[in-house]
Design a protein around this ligand. Structure first.
Ligand SMILES: *[C@@H]1O[C@H](CO)[C@@H](O)[C@H](O)[C@H]1NC(C)=O
Ligand SMILES: *[C@@H]1O[C@H](CO)[C@@H](O)[C@H](O)[C@H]1NC(C)=O
Ligand SMILES: *[C@@H]1O[C@H](CO)[C@@H](O)[C@H](O)[C@H]1NC(C)=O
Ligand SMILES: *[C@@H]1O[C@H](CO)[C@@H](O)[C@H](O)[C@H]1NC(C)=O
Ligand SMILES: *[C@@H]1O[C@H](CO)[C@@H](O)[C@H](O)[C@H]1NC(C)=O
Ligand SMILES: *[C@@H]1O[C@H](CO)[C@@H](O)[C@H](O)[C@H]1NC(C)=O
Ligand SMILES: *[C@@H]1O[C@H](CO)[C@@H](O)[C@H](O)[C@H]1NC(C)=O
Length: 598
């Protein structure tokens, strides 16, 4: 089977055309929902491809970028089902490419509604057709955003002919649309600063892989990096004057993302994970700031990680400040969705809060769940003010200890604990869900612990394997170890066990990259190309038409895509020795290509 393919591709490139739909080296990611290759042979692409039918400037500029990439990269698929050394990089025979009967000279685009805004659930479908005899590449889309996806597919289809020109290997017909409307990554600029150029680099990777949501965890307890015009003192808690996002920086990020079909959803984490910035406005709105944090001394334990700080839920001033912050950011970010945090509320923090302890003393029936409910009842009306606003919260507000019992059902829950079990619970309780199960999707896992003065590392021997210790056969301080590989991410069947009604509540999925150990130097290598495995999982799924898991088939696709990301300026990490991408499936663990069972 593979030997057949190798022969076919090689002969196609040296000009002796073999009629087979399989003889293509191109392997776009994400795999389209439906792609049918013709058999009549390569089509040459003109030195300039004109775009007709652009409905607006976003589409025109996206085409200019795509075409610029096509002509400057003259991409040679780096990992194909054929060995690259015999492919087009180092042609060993003189040029003898058979000219296709007609040259491709234009893209004929037809967009039904060029004005549909980039918001949740907008139609992202497109079709792309290249026929044997027409010089026209036909693209249809219902919206601007579908057209952009067609371009990122097309730019992966047009490749070098090995002799300075460009080809599409065969006529092709694609009908494509995403399985899920929410396909995201999360960056965290609170734990460490991430610069605007590095954020734009993430957006470039997203556009190429058809991810459409950048969830931006703006701040955390550690720092407040966002310029606030109404509360300018908040950025006293930025790490440095140079590590502040001005409002024009943020507008630029949003515009850059929108031009690439990517929504930017801000998160301000409240009432937990809140200290820096807030305490500059008024120290009385933050509980337990600057207390001891760890549980080495349980009664003093106030936080899951340093530094502590949670908003004072019972202080009326808190809501005045929250409203100012929220209103200002609501005016800046253009998405209908807004993430308001609500994870990991720590009871111990409020041991240091007089107002809270007095509240409990005044009525001994009150619990911390009542406190969480108080937050929901008082904060959610503020958050819901903007028209069309939909809120996202971490599932903790509903499922953890403590939690509120009455959380409005129109709030979207982002799930990160207990894998399939929590997805099932939230969906059966009627919540819309974003899947970010930590055991599968957290990209920061497996990079060790980071808290200091930790004696657990000071162990000289490895015990019997049946008694794992911290450093040996255990997590080494990374609470969600081990590292999640691209295969782990792609293999996650996150709707298993859901009824169809429950499954309809799954809006999509997102890979978070928490940044305790991430800044500009590593953000792209930790994000990519693993986020591309998620991208295909939520775009066209992890199964072939027969319902069989196609992780092995993704191998060459993602190895090629990693090289393509790097070529496009996204510093994605290598996944394998280069030998493996040049020798398809030579690095598989199993000879049996069906070893990953349905
Ligand atoms: C371009 O597309 C439009 C709409 O689908 C169609 O009517 C027209 O004939 C096409 N033009 C060419 C040159 O293919
Ligand atoms: C556009 O919308 C129509 C009607 O909802 C749908 O049938 C079609 O598949 C969509 N996509 C494209 C590319 O036309
Ligand atoms: C909080 O206060 C309670 C009651 O005094 C005490 O039992 C507990 O140890 C304190 N700390 C935490 C983390 O709960
Ligand atoms: C806080 O606000 C509530 C409701 O608006 C009000 O009843 C209460 O008196 C206020 N408390 C203080 C201390 O201002
Ligand atoms: C005391 O708190 C409990 C639990 O929240 C509540 O049901 C009850 O109404 C409260 N009693 C008074 C007098 O506020
Ligand atoms: C999914 O359903 C199967 C079969 O009913 C069951 O064995 C399994 O425990 C369930 N998994 C979860 C995570 O609920
Ligand atoms: C390959 O693996 C699958 C799944 O484990 C198994 O069903 C099949 O029998 C194996 N094929 C061979 C030839 O061993």
């Amino acid at each position: 089977m593979h030997f057949n393919r190798i022969v076919q591709v090689v002969t196609a490139i040296t000009g002796v055309l073999v009629s087979t739909g399989e003889a293509v080296a191109v392997n776009p990611l994400p795999a389209p929902r439906s792609i049918t290759w013709g058999t009549t042979g390569p089509k040459q692409v003109a030195g300039f491809l004109v775009l007709r039918g652009s409905p607006n400037q976003i589409v025109s500029e996206a085409w200019n970028r795509a075409f610029q990439t096509i002509t400057t990269l003259k991409w040679v698929p780096a990992a194909t089902e054929a060995p690259i050394a015999t492919y087009a990089v180092f042609p060993t025979t003189p040029a003898k490419v058979k000219r296709a009967p007609s040259l491709l000279i234009e893209v004929n685009l037809s967009v039904k509604d060029g004005n549909a805004p980039l918001q949740h659930d907008v139609d992202e479908s497109y079709t792309l057709d290249i026929t044997a005899n027409s010089p026209v590449i036909s693209i249809t889309a219902n919206t601007t955003w579908g057209a952009l996806h067609a371009f990122t597919t097309l730019q992966q289809l047009i490749i070098s002919d090995g002799h300075g020109g460009l080809i599409v290997e065969q006529p092709v017909s694609i009908q494509d649309a995403p399985l899920y409307p929410y396909r995201g990554i999360m960056i965290d600029s609170g734990r460490n600063f991430i610069s605007v150029p590095k954020i734009l680099e993430q957006i470039d990777g997203m556009a190429l892989s058809k991810l459409n949501v950048l969830h931006w965890h703006l701040d955390d307890a550690q720092s407040w990096p966002v310029e606030m015009k109404t509360l300018p003192m908040m950025t006293k808690d930025a790490y440095a004057p140079s590590q502040i996002f001005t409002q024009s920086d943020i507008k630029n990020v949003i515009a850059y993302a929108q031009a690439r079909g990517v929504r930017v959803i801000p998160e301000v984490d409240m009432p937990g994970h809140a200290s820096s910035g807030w305490k500059q406005v008024d120290p009385s709105i933050v509980a337990c700031a600057d207390s001891w944090w760890s549980n080495d001394n349980w009664p003093l334990h106030t936080a899951v990680e340093p530094n502590p700080g949670q908003l004072e839920i019972l202080n009326n001033k808190t809501y005045e400040v929250v409203e100012k912050v929220y209103d200002e950011l609501s005016g800046l970010f253009t998405d209908n969705f807004f993430h308001v945090g609500a994870d990991e509320l720590q009871e111990g923090c409020y041991n240091l809060s007089t107002i809270t302890q007095d509240w409990f003393a005044a009525n001994s029936s009150r619990t911390y769940d009542d406190l969480a409910q108080y937050w929901v009842d008082n904060a959610v009306p503020i958050f819901k003010k903007p028209a069309n606003r939909r809120l996202i919260m971490w599932e903790d507000i509903y499922l953890s200890t403590p939690h509120a019992s009455n959380v409005p059902k129109d709030i979207i829950m982002q799930t990160w604990n207990n894998g399939l079990a929590n997805i099932k619970t939230l969906a059966s309780d009627g919540y819309d869900i974003i899947v970010s199960s930590a055991d599968f999707f957290y990209l920061d896992c497996g990079f060790s612990g980071w808290v200091t003065n930790d004696p657990r590392y000071d162990v000289m021997s490895n015990p019997d394997p049946s008694t794992p210790n911290f450093n040996y056969l255990a997590d080494g301080g990374s609470w969600c170890a081990p590292y999640k590989t691209w295969q782990r991410i792609y293999d996650y069947d996150f709707t298993d066990n859901l009824t169809s009604t429950e499954a309809a509540h799954v809006l999509g999925a997102e890979v978070p990259l928490w940044s305790e150990q991430v800044d500009d130097t590593v953000v792209s290598s930790k994000m990519w190309p693993r986020a591309a495995a998620l991208a295909e999982l939520v775009w066209s799924g992890n199964r072939n038409a027969a319902g069989v898991k196609r992780t092995t088939e993704l191998t060459q696709r993602i190895l090629n895509f990693r090289e393509y990301l790097v070529a496009n300026g996204v510093q994605a990490t290598p996944l394998v020795p280069k030998y493996c991408l040049q020798h398809p499936h030579a690095c598989d663990l199993y000879y049996n290509q069906s070893a990953i069972s349905p």
